[in-house]
Design a protein around this ligand. Sequence first.
Ligand code: ADP
Length: 334
Amino acid sequence: ARESIMTPDEPDDEKDVALRPKRIADMVGQREVIEVLRIAIDAASKREEPLGHILFDGPPGLGKTTFATCIPREMNVAVQMASGPALKAPKDIIPYLTNLEHRSVLFIDEIHRLPKAVEEYMYTAMEDFRIDIVLGEGVSARTLNLQLKPFTLIGATTRAGMLSGPMRDRFQIREHLGFYSLPELTEILERNAKKLSVEVDAESAVEIARRSRGTPRVANNRLLWVRDFAMSKSDGKVTLPIVDRAMRMTGIDQAGLDRQDRRYLETLIRVFSGGPAGIEAIAHTMNVSPDTLVDEVEPFLLRSELVIRTSRGRCVTAKAYEHLKESLADLTDH
Ligand code: ADP
């Protein structure tokens, strides 16, 4: 949602799917996670059992859905995709559970937003591959105990901390996806430039990577925007001056922060004297939801040490003042 509001470079679903790796071997980075998964997939395949349930957590755009679509392909099984907020009651999850095939995968995105009743309904499904279905109403109601096909649940969450203990404990594999390094993002950009048949020189790929907040989805969005910019303003070739102009136009600074990121820092400085300030107060002042800030804005600012979280609230660091000064000078010059 964020990219579509802040920059004109949100790829439509088709482009996103086109750039999404199909196999784990096509994924860049996350070496340790991939190593664990390969062993688990190999062992489960040899036993002809379903893979243990897997939980991925980490900020948006780092590959949770990509893993959830690559894993079933490696196992040669079907996958069903569901989303936590759309499953409002246990009856909403029943069709997914009864559609399962032996060893197939059920992916639930934003699993931390499953209502409590649905979450509790999933416990026996995950543990014993069984569910109770209530047929009829009132005195004539009876409960049917249904055996499910052994399956794998893959959950994705931006907030591992919001998942209840009993839910978390039912995942055999829990992996955190972290931000990508500059060489990894550069590699992703070079591969995707080829897929899109757009000429991007080596230093431009590094520059786009540098401005992508450690996030493959952001890198892809930036690439698509720079490609359009090069095509419209020049001969279609992506060079350093083109990247610089395209980024400048959408307010993306040299560290990759966009207008919303800087607005967060500026609000904290201007309204809250640099902090500490509570997330609700910051969100209210900026007129955005606290969830958006916590899920999409803060992770990269925290990891860049522009913001710190203390028990009394968020504070900017000296580095944030420095960064804003440089960014302002850079974006207004030319
Ligand atoms: P999440 O589910 O964590 O929000 P996605 O899996 O949807 O993130 O990733 C967003 C996009 O980023 C994908 O469509 C894909 O193109 C790209 N991407 C993510 N992880 C990788 C990776 N490890 N290697 C290459 N591209 C990736």
